[in-house]
Design a protein around this ligand. Structure first.
Ligand code: NAD
Ligand code: MG
Length: 380
């Protein structure tokens, strides 16, 4: 039995993780957690029988406890609950399927408790990669990427010497607005931005894919996961999302992982690594596909990607400013309080005005997150 706990079990990655558990007899769920969807959490408790379930607010936790009083499950809430879930003695792997910087502290707690991390929550590495990666090494735990691009890179590195990497080729679908110019993005509505051409995902990452901020976050995630400097990470737009990313080696060979776009593959690969298991679903039919295409990203239109390279290059607290400003901007856009193009503008504004230091501690990262939120609240 492989025992897993899931941070964010009701979301897109969380529910697909549970789909995999459902299809495999040797996976057991020890703990689950959610922001507010207690109806779904209740049905997950009844189906998967975890020992611990965590919901963010105390009020929701009380409601949930009443609903599942016939089940043998402990209910907890808040950050204390998430930390408890992260360090559960019963589990071996923590799947970080929560969205946003709230994932940082539970991820660190799990590492301290010796759990391997199946990492979907990219915001954690983007803002605290300089703390997380050395910590994982110190505690001897593995950070197994769930993000499809990083899983593809991870798979393309199998059996290879990482010092022979010449370049990482990070593929991007280009999102729903690929090919459009800035003027054409002025009137974009929430509904338009939520239509991703190839992947069905949570709302925040879907908006991040439309602005190319997601690709920017993934560049920073790749830098930490694979220890490759920025100049050797190239974003390649590949609208069909069949190649999930590639590694180019010093002899010019390029290794890639291909498949139909389905997050279950990278999730399952992380859960069973280094084993490969059967996974149902559609296979690539190359003849039917006919062709796949590639182009450079348009960073003058999608300035979120350009700003990400700047944030990564300046380092220290700058990726935190970039990420926190984006998190807040996206939630304002989803609430229809700002326009689509305000998202990168807000990020750029915060990057120009928030004081930034190098090698920040977790407290400094969280203080800066708050300073960014305060700035945005006072100006927009
Ligand atoms: P989602 O919005 O669908 O789900 C987020 C989950 O986090 C939900 O279960 C939600 O209840 C939980 N959550 C949110 N706030 C919480 C809180 N305060 N306390 C406890 N739980 C809370 O998001 P998603 O699309 O599944 O993405 C999750 C993470 O995975 C993100 O970091 C995203 O960038 C990354 N990711 C997602 C995909 C994808 O296909 N969806 C692909 C690659 C990476
Ligand atoms: Mg991705």
């Amino acid at each position: 039995m492989k025992k897993i706990a899931i941070l964010g079990s009701t979301g897109s990655i969380g529910t697909q993780t549970l789909d995999i558990v459902r299809e495999n007899q040797d996976l057991e769920v020890t703990g689950i957690s959610a922001g507010s969807n207690i109806a779904l959490l209740e049905s997950q408790i009844r189906e998967f029988r975890p020992k611990l379930a965590v919901v963010w607010s105390e009020e929701h936790a009380k409601d949930l406890a009443v609903r599942v009083k016939d089940c043998d499950v402990e209910i907890a809430s808040g950050m204390d609950g998430l930390l408890k879930l992260a360090a559960m003695p019963e589990s071996e792997i923590l799947v970080t399927a929560i969205v946003g910087m709230i994932g940082i502290r539970p991820t660190m707690e799990a590492i301290r408790a010796g759990k391997d991390i199946a990492l979907a929550n990219k915001e954690t590495l983007v803002t605290a990669g300089h703390i997380i990666m050395p910590m994982a090494e110190e505690y001897g735990v593995r950070i197994l990427p769930v993000d499809s691009e990083h899983s593809a890179i991870f798979q393309s590195l199998n059996g290879e010497d990482p010092s022979c990497i010449e370049k990482i080729l990070l593929t991007a679908s280009g999102g729903p607005f690929r090919g459009r110019k800035r003027e054409e993005l002025e009137q974009i509505q929430v509904e338009d931005a939520l239509k991703h051409p190839n992947w069905s995902m949570g709302q925040k990452i879907t908006i991040d894919s439309a602005t190319l901020v997601n690709k920017g976050l993934e560049v920073m995630e790749a830098k930490w996961l694979f220890g490759v400097d920025l100049d050797r990470i190239q974003v390649v737009v590949h609208p069909q999302s069949i190649i999930h990313s590639m590694v180019q080696y010093v002899d010019g060979a390029v290794m890639a992982e291909l498949g139909t776009p389905d997050m279950k593959l990278p999730i399952q690969y992380a859960l069973y690594y280094p084993e490969r298991r059967y996974l149902g679903g559609q296979r690539v039919d190359f003849a039917a596909l006919g062709q796949i295409t590639f182009e450079d990203p348009d960073i003058e239109t999608f300035t979120g990607l350009k700003l990400a390279y700047r944030a990564a290059r300046e380092g220290g607290l700058m990726p935190t400013v970039y990420n926190a400003a984006n998190e807040r901007a996206v939630s304002k856009f989803l609430a229809r309080k700002i326009r689509f193009l305000d998202i990168p503008d807000m990020i750029g504004d915060c990057m120009n005005h928030i004081k930034v230091i190098q090698s920040p501690t977790i407290d400094e990262i969280l203080e800066t997150e708050q300073a960014v939120y305060d700035r945005i609240e006072s100006r927009w």
